[in-house]
Design a binder for this molecule. Sequence first.
Ligand SMILES: CC(C)(COP(=O)(O)OP(=O)(O)OC[C@H]1O[C@@H](n2cnc3c(N)ncnc32)[C@H](O)[C@@H]1OP(=O)(O)O)[C@@H](O)C(=O)NCCC(=O)NCCS
Length: 430
Amino acid sequence: MGNDYLDLPVDSASRDRLAADHLRLGLLDTSDPQAYAAWFRAESRGFHDGTPTDELIEQRRGYVADRRRTGVWDDTIAEPAEPVATTEAWPADLTVPGRRSVPSWAISAVTVAPTHRRRGIARALLEAELRTARACDLPIATLTVSESTIYGRFGFAPAALARDLTIDTRRATWTGPQPGGRIHFVSGRQLLEDGLALVERVRLATPGQIAYDGILWERQLGLMIGDEDAKKQRFVRYDDASGRLQGFASYKLTENPDNFSQHRLELLHLVTATDDAYAALWRFVLEMDLVSEVHAHLRPVDEPLRWMVSDFRAVRIAELDHLWIRILDVPAALEARTYATPGRLVLGVADPFGACEGSWALEVDSSGIATVTPTDEPADITMTAEELAAIYLGGVSPLMLAAAGRVSGRTAELEAMFRSPVAPFLSIWY
Ligand SMILES: CC(C)(COP(=O)(O)OP(=O)(O)OC[C@H]1O[C@@H](n2cnc3c(N)ncnc32)[C@H](O)[C@@H]1OP(=O)(O)O)[C@@H](O)C(=O)NCCC(=O)NCCS
């Protein structure tokens, strides 16, 4: 899509609602360095980050071209140039089952100043983002969230879960394949282009991944000014026997002050295009000298690692919600993905926001392609926009949601149709 979304006026309903509370909803003019600095300071404060330096503000401003940034200003406060609330959003391609991609509205930087909390500002901003996405014909909105209690009320649900792994390396002897190919240390900068090309090469294999470049990518490489953690970050790449890059990992080590042979290794990012690259890089990480524990944050729920080490229980797992999505256009979203089995179901969806409300005939042909039309027929399945979002990427089981009392009707057929052979997963926060 083009860049028209950058110039769309702010949502009038939210603007009027906030104006009634003497607050001003507006778009940030990112070409104005002072205005951007004030907005970024407000965002940093909202996430309890330190006050950004001028150097960091300037670096961040360099990334802003494709982001639509919104603020809420209160002209009565002591420093009225600094917004009391922020959001940003941009169109990001989201992978859906069937190795396909759908444009989505990625929302980030949702903050409200502690001085202005709980008076409906976040609601006004979120609803404005959803209406803006609809105005841009984007069928889905996405988020990664600080708290899992906030966004259900806006029709979002976790559609891709993730796992944190804690591995006792003394129990986890490698029993998996021992591929040829080579591992090399590289700098983050060396991965800037090749690494991103690899990320893009594998993106369509996993539902839930979004296209990332610019700040989302360079942050992974530790290239942000003032990133203290980046000083400890190390990078390795795996090249196959023909010398082609097939994977990379980044990690950092923390010393145990009481025992130098018990460092902890934090695996920050691991992207692989082949099973060989996956096995070689995990083995490299688990066999690191002077390390007794590996902690891997944000890993897929279908990670095969436990089947590649000597002791299944050496790998402890904590599961978390990660990618939250919101369906905004039922036919466009449902027709964008493919389905595991053919069939016909009428989905009855309740949605107080209105976007998904109605009965929708979902007809899937023998090649897994769907046609979706509004209908007056009685529903075979009853759910709300939240459950529709949860099952959309094929990772949350409709049968489980039925057992939880959240979906009813012909759920076995729904399960068979929606299931994805690859668990949905998103490898970053944004
Ligand atoms: C989360 C945050 C944006 C909420 O802003 P806010 O303006 O106080 O929220 P609102 O007053 O518009 O509340 C909207 C609704 O969400 C609820 N809500 C707000 N924050 C919530 C929270 N942290 N947990 C649970 N519910 C929350 C409110 O009770 C309200 O419910 P209702 O309208 O259904 O009655 C704000 O507290 C904040 O900036 N937090 C720190 C940064 C952060 O975590 N941002 C989210 C990033 S994903």
